[in-house]
Design a protein. Structure first.
Length: 271
């Protein structure tokens, strides 16, 4: 087994994200409805989530039939090539359901258990963010060419703009609200976009100083975590741990450690 060239994986991820983003943007039915629910009645899946994941997996499988998959809407296979694609076909489904613009397609490629390629397409922004491990983070948008991304210089924590998200299980989100209530007097402000992938890319782009959330899955943060790190941000979970469903944090250096310390003190990871 030989490692796949990372540029080849990147180009495939970019094409898949572009096609899925176009499907979601242009194919959204006027009477879009909930197709299923997941963790609670307000944690929804639409027919478009399912269609977008099928488009992505079909395209990748046709080009690289030995690759494995982990997808939010059920794609799961080990594969034989050593490459696994971690896919969130529609991150921000509730935003999409309501016609809000903050949603994205997130595609990451792993080799040897490490993320080597990440792509996040945000069609309603007209922006696509991407990174290859060791190659920096980049974005395409309304500007000419590609723009290299860099996180913001670190402000004092009390001047930091930080984003978060809330779980769809009532008991969990109630605890998250308590943590946010304690945290907000110590920051410039808190934002809540509804898309973890977009938030992570906003840290990479310098639009946020930090981001944290409890309850994410690998497909939520796989691509965005790599993009943020390649833009110079620090990422992790609880102290000395990587991002995980327990806690995911990304922030500019200088904000990361004090933010992580506060989240630990406030029990942001609490089960």
């Amino acid at each position: 087994m030989t490692d796949a060239p990372h540029q080849e994986l990147l180009e495939l991820a970019l094409e898949a994200a572009r096609r899925a983003g176009a499907l979601l943007r242009d194919g959204r039915p006027a009477d879009l409805a909930v197709a299923a629910t997941k963790s609670s009645p307000i944690d929804v899946v639409t027919e478009m989530d399912i269609a977008a994941e099928k488009l992505i997996t079909d395209l990748i499988s046709a080009r690289r039939p030995g690759d494995g998959f982990l997808g939010e809407e059920g794609a799961s296979s080990e594969g034989t090539s050593g490459v696994r694609w971690v896919i969130d076909p529609l991150d921000g489904t509730v935003n999409y359901l309501y016609g809000l613009p903050t949603w994205a397609v997130s595609i990451a490629a792993e080799q040897g258990g490490e993320t080597v390629v990440g792509v996040v397409a945000a069609p309603m922004r007209g922006e696509t963010y991407h990174a290859v491990r060791g190659g920096g983070a980049w974005a395409r948008g309304a500007w000419e060419g590609e723009r290299e991304l860099a996180c913001r210089p670190a402000p004092p924590l009390e001047q930091a703009l930080v984003s978060t998200g809330f779980n769809y299980v009532t008991e969990v989100r109630a605890h998250q609200a308590e943590v946010a209530q304690r945290l907000i007097p110590l920051l410039r402000d808190i934002r809540r976009s509804g898309s973890a992938a977009v938030d992570l890319c906003d840290v990479a782009s310098g639009r946020l100083d930090g981001y944290y959330e409890r309850g994410l899955n690998a497909w939520d943060y796989g691509a965005g975590d790599l993009i943020a790190r390649e833009a110079g941000a620090l990422t992790g979970g609880r102290p000395s741990q990587p991002p995980s469903p327990t806690l995911t944090i990304a922030a500019t250096p200088g904000v990361f450690e004090p933010l992580q310390r506060l989240l630990e003190d406030f029990g942001a990871w609490h089960d």
